[in-house]
Write a protein that binds this ligand. Structure first.
Ligand code: MG
Ligand code: MG
Length: 261
């Protein structure tokens, strides 16, 4: 069952997602060599609560933290820990918030200092593939159009698409129907309707696409231990142009300021 949201509900979801966006912006200010993912987690939790929200992932099916922090070969669902991030690492930070009864969900993969050129290229391509997918999130298109756009853009560049983990509908539940795969065929799958709100979240690997779950019961990593990138926006399907409810504006303001230093 896919719940279509009213215009009023979409505005509430924009507020939830803007809190996620600002939280990722706070995380961006702290991301540097030597910081631990647990420190990032504490910053995010405090900021969300200070702004009247509830961390969506904390205690979700027993998940122990506010953020999912997935380093290097970790794809998604990494658990924050005390290990300091090192120059050349990447960390995917996935954040969810519940506010005014609606969820927001967005993720950004940060480079730690200078990363290898092939890793930087993977980050750029993964983020761009997210926007290629979002371009397809319009009324009367189909879910396969979104997946196809992401798959085509990334595979053309020699990357691989994680198949087992997918995006999702979102609203009063963190995960609603439909599943939003990052691969697919044009014209296939459920028809998109204005008012559907979906989280699109490509997980793109430098090496092979196969993944495995770590013994902690959460962390997903690549089998070949090559790096994986992950970006996510929550978007409302609309006629002609999707409405992106989350934002990387706050993150990228911080990152650009740092790179100008
Ligand atoms: Mg997420
Ligand atoms: Mg999600």
């Amino acid at each position: 069952m896919i719940y279509l949201k009213t215009d009023e509900e979409i505005e509430l979801m924009r507020i939830s997602n803007q809190l996620v966006a600002k939280t990722l912006g706070e995380v961006a200010k702290a991301v540097r060599p030597g910081v631990s993912t647990l420190e990032l987690d504490k910053i995010a939790e405090a900021f969300i609560r200070d702004n009247g929200g509830t961390p969506a992932f904390l205690n979700y099916q027993g998940f122990p933290n506010t953020l999912c922090t997935s380093v290097n070969e970790q794809v998604v669902h990494g658990i924050p820990n005390n290990q300091p991030l090192q120059e050349g690492d990447i960390v995917s930070v996935d954040c969810g918030v519940l506010l005014n009864e609606f969820y927001g969900d967005s993720a950004y993969t940060f480079p730690i200092g200078e990363v290898a050129p092939e890793v930087k290229a993977l980050l750029e391509a993964t983020k761009e593939s997210l926007y290629k997918g979002i371009e397809q999130a319009i009324e009367n298109n189909r879910l396969g159009d979104i997946g196809h756009a992401i798959q085509n853009y990334t595979e053309e560049r020699g990357y691989t698409v994680v198949r087992e983990m997918v995006g999702h509908g979102i609203g009063k539940d963190l995960h609603e129907a439909p599943e939003v795969a990052n691969y697919g065929r044009k014209g296939n799958g459920t028809k998109l309707k204005s008012g559907m709100v979906i989280a699109i979240e490509p997980m793109i690997n430098l090496g092979k696409r196969q993944i495995v779950q770590e013994d902690d019961g959460w962390t997903i990593r690549t089998i070949d231990k090559k790096v994986s990138a992950h970006y996510e926006h929550t978007v409302a399907v609309r006629k002609g142009k999707a409405d992106i409810l989350s934002s990387f504006k706050f993150v990228e303001e911080v990152l650009h300021l740092q790179s100008e230093k």
